[in-house]
Design a protein around this ligand. Structure first.
Ligand SMILES: C[S@@+](CC[C@H](N)C(=O)[O-])C[C@H]1O[C@@H](n2cnc3c(N)ncnc32)[C@H](O)[C@@H]1O
Ligand code: SF4
Length: 373
C-alpha cells in the first residue's frame, strides 16, 4: 500500500493551540500560485506512483473558495494516477462548509471527510480559538451526510482545560448519537510558541492532572465501546470496520509522498520534508527545484525500531511475522530484554502472534515506546 498526502496551508484564522503550517487569507491571497506549485510537485512524482489512499489535509482544504477547490481537484486528477485509490479523505472545518464545496469534493473523488469539531462545548471552543460554535459543527456533520458522504470522521481533542468529566462525557454522547464511522480523539498538545502554551505557562489555564486525564480517557472509551465503536488505535475509534486506511499505512510502516509546504514523504527508505514556507515552496517549484530541504536516511535497524513503536499504537498490536517480513528484524533482536521486562510488568502482552499494549499501558504508551527505541 502507498499513500499521498497533500497539505493545503490556508486557514481562516489560527486556533490557539495549533502549530500546523498555514497562513491566513490576509497573509496570503494567491491560492492560484499554490495550486500551480502543487501541480508541478505532483507531476514530479514517479510515473508509476498510483496510491491506494489520498489524504488532503492542512491547514483547511475547505477554506478555499469553491472554484479554487475545483481547480485543485482538477490538478490532482491530471497528475496523479487515481485508479487504485480506495480511500480519498479531505479534512474540513465546520466554519467553512457549504453544500457547493462538498459537491465539488465528491465529484473530485473524495469518499471520506474528516471534520474538525474538537468539542461540542462552546466554552471549550472559545478557549481553543475556534471559528465555529458547537451548533455549526453539528450542522456541518449533517451537511456531510446530506452531500452523500457515508464515511465521516470527527476530530475531538482530549484534556481541554476547564472541561468537567460530565462535559467530556457529554461530548462523547453527542458523538454516539451522531454516529460517525470514525472518531479521532487526540490529547491536546501544548506546542511551543502557541498562545495556548503561553496561557498554560503563565497560569491562565490549568490542564487536568494525569489521573483526571486517564479517568476521562477510560470513561470515553467505555461509552463508545458500549455503543459499538472499535477502539483500534490509542487515539482512534471506528465502527463498521471503517478504520482510517491512510493512517493505518503510517502506523504500519507504509510508504507515502507528502506534497505541499511542510509536508513530509517517506519513500524508498528515505524521508523528505518540504519547506515550511508557502512563497518559498512556490518559488522553488516554479524554477524547477525540489521543494524539500531535509533528507534523512535511517539505518535499517533505526527504521525497524521506528516502525515498531508506530505499529504498537494499534490495539491489536504488532504482528510478529508481518513485522519480520517488512523490516527483516525480529522484535526480540531489537529490544528483547525490554519487551520481556514490560511483559512481566503487565505493560505488554503476547497473544496470537501479536505483541500489544495492555489496557494499563494505553495511557502511558509514550513511556513504553521510550523503552523500545
Ligand atoms: C488540520 S486540522 C483539521 C481540519 C481543520 N483545519 C480544522 O481544524 O477544523 C487537524 C486536526 O489536528 C488536531 N490538532 C491540531 N493541533 C493540535 C494540538 N496542538 N493538539 C491536539 N490536536 C491538534 C485538531 O483536532 C484538528 O482537527
Ligand atoms: S486546527 Fe485546523 S483550523 Fe485551526 S489553525 Fe490548525 S489547521 Fe487551522
Amino acid at each position: 500500500m502507498t499513500g499521498l498526502y497533500i497539505h493545503v496551508p490556508i486557514c481562516i484564522s489560527r486556533c490557539r493551540y495549533c502549530d500546523f503550517y498555514k497562513l491566513t487569507p490576509n497573509e496570503w491571497d494567491n491560492v492560484d500560485l499554490f495550486i500551480q506549485g502543487l501541480e508541478i510537485e505532483l507531476k514530479r512524482l514517479p510515473r508509476d506512483f498510483a496510491p491506494e489512499t489520498v489524504f488532503i489535509g492542512g491547514g483547511t482544504p475547505t477554506a478555499l473558495e469553491p472554484e479554487k477547490i475545483e481547480t485543485m481537484y482538477a490538478a490532482i486528477a491530471r497528475t496523479v494516477d487515481l485508479t487504485n485509490v480506495v480511500e480519498f479523505s479531505s479534512e474540513a472545518n465546520p466554519g467553512t462548509l457549504t453544500p457547493e464545496k462538498l459537491a465539488i469534493m465528491k465529484a473530485g473523488g473524495v469518499n471520506r471527510v474528516s471534520i474538525g469539531v474538537q468539542s461540542f462545548n462552546d466554552k471549550a471552543l472559545r478557549l481553543l480559538g475556534r471559528i465555529h460554535k458547537a451548533d455549526q459543527a453539528i450542522e456541518g456533520y449533517h451537511m456531510l451526510r446530506e452531500a452523500g458522504f457515508d464515511n465521516v470522521n470527527i476530530d475531538l481533542i482530549q484534556s481541554i482545560p476547564g472541561m468537567s468529566p460530565e462535559d467530556i462525557l457529554s461530548d462523547a454522547r453527542i458523538v454516539a448519537e451522531l454516529g460517525p464511522e470514525h472518531l479521532s480523539y487526540y490529547n491536546l498538545i501544548y506546542e511551543p510558541g502557541t498562545p495556548m502554551t503561553h496561557d498554560r505557562d503563565s497560569g491562565r489555564i490549568l490542564p487536568p492532572s494525569d489521573d483526571e486525564e486517564a479517568d476521562n480517557y477510560f470513561a470515553v472509551k467505555a461509552l463508545l465501546e458500549g455503543v459499538g465503536y472499535d477502539h483500534y488505535e490509542i487515539s482512534n475509534f471506528s465502527r463498521d470496520g471503517k478504520k482510517c486506511m491512510h493512517n493505518m499505512l503510517y502506523w504500519q510502516g507504509g510508504e507515502y509522498f507528502g506534497c505541499g509546504p511542510s509536508a513530509h514523504s517517506h519513500w524508498n527508505g528515505a524521508r523528505f520534508g518540504n519547506v515550511r514556507d508557502l512563497q518559498g515552496y512556490c518559488d522553488r517549484l516554479q524554477r524547477g527545484s525540489n521543494p524539500f530541504d531535509e533528507i534523512e536516511r535511517l539505518s535499517p535497524e533505526d527504521k525497524a525500531r521506528e516502525i515498531l513503536v508506530m505499529w504498537m499504537r494499534l490495539l491489536e498490536g504488532v504482528c510478529e511475522l508481518g513485522f519480520h517480513a517488512l523490516t527483516e528484524f525480529r522484535m526480540e533482536e531489537l529490544c528483547g530484554p525490554s519487551i520481556e521486562e514490560m511483559i512481566e510488568e503487565g505493560l505488554l502482552q503476547r497473544t496470537d502472534g501479536h505483541l500489544r499494549l495492555t489496557r494499563d499501558a494505553l495511557f502511558i504508551s509514550n513511556a513504553v515506546f521510550t523503552e523500545l527505541v
